[in-house]
Each structure stands twice: as C-alpha cells, then as structure tokens.
Write a protein that binds this ligand. Sequence first.
Ligand code: ADP
Ligand code: TRP
Length: 325
Amino acid sequence: MERKRILSGVQPSGKPHLGNYFGAFRQHIALQQEYETFIMIADLHALTTIRDAELMRSLTFELALTYLALGLDPEKTVLFKQSEVPEHAELCWIFDCITTMPFLQRAHAWKDAQTKGKKEITVGLFNYPILQACDILLYKPSLVPVGQDQKQHVEMCRDIAQNFNNIFKCKVFKIPDPYIPKEVAIVPGTDGQKMSKSYGNTIDIFADEADLKKQVMSIVTSSVPLQYPKDPNSCNVFNLYKLFANPEELKKMENNYIKGGFGYGDAKKALLAKILEYFKEAREKYLKLKNQKAFIYEVLSEGGKKAKKVASATLNEAKKKIGYI
Ligand code: ADP
Ligand code: TRP
C-alpha cells in the first residue's frame, strides 16, 4: 500500500527557534517514519521580508542544516527549496485568477499588517496564502503539520482547492487536513507573546551557549520577590520548562514555585540546563555538519529534483482541466 504523504514549509526568515521546533520540526521528523514526507524551505515566501542575497543564502543553509542536525533523514524525506520548483509560482497565477480580493482580506497576516498601519504592504504579502496553497496542493498531501498560527492558511488552502475543483469540475486537488498537536500549538516567546522571528522574542535552537544563556535570562517574569509563592502557570519560564520536563520534574518545579523561596533566576537556570541537555546530540551533529556544505547543497539539489517531478505532474493535470494542454 502506498504511504500517506505530508508536506510542510518553513520560511528562511531568521534563526530557527523553540517555537519552530515544538510547533513544527519535531512533528516533521517524527512523522517521516510513517509518512512520505516533503519539507519545503519557503524562500519565495521569505522574499516578503528578506532582501539581501547573502542573508537569504545563509538563512536557507541554516534551516537545512538545522533540520538535518535534528534528524531529518534525506533518504526518507524530500527536503527542498521552493525557488527550485517554478511550478509553485506558475500555479500561483492560476489560483490568482480564481480567488477574490475579499477572500484574501480575511487573512490574519494581512489584517495584522493593516492594523499595525504598515504603509507599504506588498502584493506578495497579500498573496501569501495563495502561494502557500500552491505549496501544499502540488504535492497532494493528506496532512499538513504546522503550529496553530498556520491553521487559517491551511483552511484557505482547502477553500482554494475546492474552488478550483468546482470551477473545472474535477478532483485534481486533494483536500488536506492540518495536523496541530494541542500541547505545543503556541510556544510562548521571552516576552510571553507567541515566539516568532518577527517579534525578536526567540530562543534559538542552536544559538551558542553564551547567546542561549542571554536569551533565557531575558525571559520576562513578574516582580514577585524571591521569598514569596509564585503562580507557575502564568510564568513564561515555567511554560517553556513544561516542554522539556518529564511529569516528575514538572511536579517538582511546580512545588518550587508554590512554596516560595525559589527565584525566577533559579527557574531560568533549570530551563537553560534542560535546553542544553535536550539538544545535546543534535548540537554535536549541527557543529559537525556545519562544515559539510557540499553535502547539504547536494541534499537540497536532490530534493529539488524529486519535488519537481511530483509538482509538475500535478500542475499538468490542472493545465489539462483549464485547457492549456
Ligand atoms: P516565525 O513566526 O518565527 O516566522 P514561521 O512562520 O517560519 O515562524 O513558522 C514555521 C513553523 O513553525 C510553522 O509551522 C509555525 O506554525 C511554527 N511555529 C512558529 N512559531 C511557533 C510558536 N511560537 N509556537 C508553535 N509553532 C510555531
Ligand atoms: N507560512 C508558513 C509559515 O510562516 C510557511 C509555509 C509556506 C508553509 N508554505 C507552506 C507551511 C506550506 C505549511 C505548508 O510558517
């Protein structure tokens, strides 16, 4: 029997962080055992924010390196760059022509940019959900594993697929489901908002130890003095600690908070130790692979070829239904 397929994408728009890991990467790597997995580096999407060639190259490399260090197996999983598969941009035009402006105006990212009074919102940012629908639909995945913030994009993708299938009376595009594990749906950042590259509140997976310490120490906490009891669940440090600790360790930490005499500095130290321990092996692999540039480029180039095969077959099906071929 054919294995079911998953596809997900991540923008190379900053250093990969704990939100990316728990919200996305960890699921991608676990699911590759069971599913035929496609992981895409969304460098076309990243052009909405990154406008420096060297930075684009280095962040793309960093993202590929991070996935491989965390255990993505290029024998099992297709890791590729979106810009290597022009079918994404081609399908995007097709969907542009069947999607309305009010539909896109519902997107959170667009609404956010508007409310923040951003003056120069590009057509690319407005069109972002359509390109994301192309990324997904070209590969006909059953599931799209993402964090909670991407739920709306997957829903829009489903609507776009239905719309095409209805207009052209066909079943070219498979309707995918989002896959969002509850407990890691939104990882908080150092300021308590959603951790995100664009908010500058990240804790980076492979930051060197000194930077990692700085990031952990910068987590915002309440002003309750050391000797007083504290509420664990409203504390950013505790909420991050939860992601790493086993039930016993968690209970112990909870008690520390409740009984008092335990400062936020102590909690941060415990969190830092957990992060270092959790990623110890991956960090060693990261440092080793960092110097194997040719290998990483080879993985991306092979992945690009495999992805293109699948994408162009789907695009051709769509083109036939439209009457281009
Ligand atoms: P960022 O918001 O930092 O730019 P991306 O948009 O590149 O992150 O997200 C890549 C993947 O990581 C997506 O699947 C997204 O849902 C997930 N993700 C990002 N931040 C978080 C977070 N704070 N909590 C859970 N998942 C997240
Ligand atoms: N928009 C996603 C994010 O910011 C990245 C992305 C692009 C993606 N194409 C995708 C995610 C396709 C899942 C499927 O995180």
